[in-house]
Design a protein around this ligand. Structure first.
Ligand code: C2E
Ligand code: CA
Ligand code: CA
Length: 520
């Protein structure tokens, strides 16, 4: 789909309209000039004299041109609308099966739950996990796995009533959403779904047998709770080989840790259990602390300090990433303001999830937060990953440009782990590239990683980007990066991520350590 066709079309249209206007002007001028030499044509007399004739002719021309152009404009508008619809469809649908994807499902669930909460009947969700799919995929290959998933999607669609919503949020998981459906009817649907799954599937000349586990939950108040309950029930169904399990609170105790953590996450964000630690980023030339990266942790009442890898992905899956990002931004900007008041000019970098780049409201909320903390925009940097920008490039680019227009810095995180080319990334409105720590940590020992780091630095510089190396764990790596002309570094050798209270001391220690002559 050529998304730029619309703009090109409008520019071409403008040229044609101008050209036609010029024709009308020229013809009218020619007629007017000709009429100065006599009454032409002579046979027309009386009130319909040559001026009237000239006007009538030029109007006729304008009508013909106008009609043509208005048809073109209509076609242009229709093709733009179709392109937009296609984009909207892609954002909400799974490419493989054509069903709703996770994002589409969350939207539908939010609408259904809002209707239930407004006094309507409850909403039921059935989470279906295929039991032997991995075996099929591993032994017969992805190609057969993909065909099987498509067949499952087709068969489930046949089993469901028209107003049921079927989605494939990922992998071998399917979700059926039943708006306005009570527990008994939902259980009947789950039974039908399971029986349908147990009939063999004819795929690629083979008869494949799969089975499923269904977790069922009915809730009318909260999307995240509805899915969490279905998840807990599905886990119980799987663990006890039940086929179907209906959520009840006593199942919570048996759920694996990550589910319990997830259940708490919404409350944790609301009640301020998220804490932010800060890791300094230091200039290789001169050793000045330029800024800090804000890294979130969860101070959990039972599990202690939980690292982000255990809860950020869950937040992403369940629509909690927006409040999470805002909580981190708010704390990070508040800290930045306090450092500013103490005379320390530091930038703070906050990580954005892939989902945040699709959140068109984000730039306005970032602007509000900057204003609330009375900070200039250039104190904030947002880190995005290359894959995030590539997921939905059109929407992501719009959000990125609007963020950039606020005056803040954007950087590409974990560079080297995705598939985007540096040339592509340099077209994004970013100013900094962070080389992933997997290359930096090993560059001392591994010549090919050293080459990757060196060529990335050179290429990034030639594209006008600054380079930050992550994961600097030794003095030798620091020295090497300085030789290679890298701009800044971050890593355990400099400092681990620290609570805000320890940062000032750390900055002083770094100043002392990096200024001191190197012991021989
Ligand atoms: P990241 O953005 O790549 O953050 C850097 C991670 O590398 C941090 O892990 C940091 O503690 C670790 N690190 C820093 N220096 C070194 C080093 O020298 N050696 C080694 N081995 N590791 C080092 P952390 O804090 O566990 O964060 C992990 C990831 O969680 C982050 O990776 C980021 O992707 C995500 N994350 C953290 N905070 C947030 C947040 O507020 N929002 C979002 N969306 N993601 C976050
Ligand atoms: Ca980062
Ligand atoms: Ca990183």
């Amino acid at each position: 789909m050529d998304l730029h066709a619309g703009t090109g079309g409008i520019a071409a249209l403008r040229t044609r309209v101008l050209r036609e206007a010029a024709v009308v002007v020229l013809v009218t001028a020619a007629f007017t000039a000709a009429s100065a030499y006599g009454d032409w044509p002579e046979m027309i007399t009386g009130p319909a004299d040559d001026v009237v004739l000239v006007l009538a002719f030029s109007h006729l021309l304008m009508m013909v041109f106008g009609k043509r152009r208005s048809d073109e404009l209509k076609a242009e508008v229709a093709s733009r609308r179709a392109a937009e619809q296609e984009l909207r469809h892609r954002v909400r649908h799974d490419e493989l099966t054509g069903l709703l994807n996770r994002s589409g499902l969350i939207d539908e669930a939010a609408a259904a739950v809002a209707a239930s909460a407004a006094g309507g009947p409850p909403t039921a969700a059935i989470l279906i996990d295929l039991d032997r799919f991995k075996e099929v995929n591993d032994t017969l290959g992805h190609h057969v796995g993909d065909m099987l998933l498509r067949s499952v999607a087709g068969r489930l669609t046949e089993e469901l009533r028209d107003d049921a919503v079927l989605a494939r949020p990922g992998g071998d998981e399917f979700v059926v959403l039943l708006p306005g459906c009570g527990p008994e009817e939902a259980e009947q649907v789950a039974g039908r779904v399971l029986r349908a799954l147990r009939r063999p599937f004819a795929v690629d000349g083979l008869l494949l047998e799969v089975d499923g586990s269904c977790g069922l939950a009915v809730d009318g108040s909260d999307v995240a709770e509805l899915f969490r309950h279905a998840d807990v029930a599905m886990y119980a169904a799987k663990a006890d080989h039940l086929g179907i399990a209906v959520y009840r609170p006593s199942l919570d105790a048996e759920a694996p840790e990550h589910l319990t953590l997830f259940g708490d996450l919404r409350r944790a964000i609301r009640e301020g259990e998220l804490v932010v630690h800060y890791q300094p980023r230091v200039a290789l030339a001169g050793g000045r602390v330029l800024g800090v990266e804000a890294l979130v942790r969860w101070q959990h009442p039972v599990h202690g300090l939980v690292p982000p890898a255990q809860f950020v992905p869950l937040a992403e899956q369940t629509g909690l990433v927006q409040p999470l990002t805002e909580a981190v931004l708010d704390q990070a900007l508040a800290a930045c303001r306090r450092w500013h008041d103490q005379g320390l000019r530091l930038t703070v970098s906050v990580n954005l999830s892939a989902r945040s780049l699709l959140d068109v409201g984000l730039p306005d909320r970032v602007a509000e937060l900057l204003a609330r903390h009375e900070l200039p925009a250039d104190r904030l940097e947002l880190e995005i990953t290359e894959s995030a920008a590539m997921k939905d490039p059109v929407r992501a680019l719009d959000v990125l440009h609007r963020l950039r227009d606020l005056g803040l810095e954007l950087s590409v995180d974990d560079y080297g782990t995705g598939h985007a080319s540096l040339a592509y990334l340099s077209r994004l409105p970013v100013s900094t590239l962070k080389i992933d720590r997997s290359f930096v940590q090993t560059m001392e020992l591994d010549a090919s990683d050293r080459t990757i780091v060196r060529s990335t630095i050179d290429l990034a510089h030639s594209l006008g980007l600054r380079v930050v190396a992550e994961g600097v764990e030794t003095r030798a790596t620091w020295d090497e990066l300085a030789v290679l002309g890298c701009d800044a570094a971050q890593g355990y050798w400099l400092a681990r991520p620290l609570p805000e209270a320890e940062l000032l001391g750390c900055v002083a220690e770094l100043r002392h350590r990096l200024a001191a002559p190197r012991p021989v």
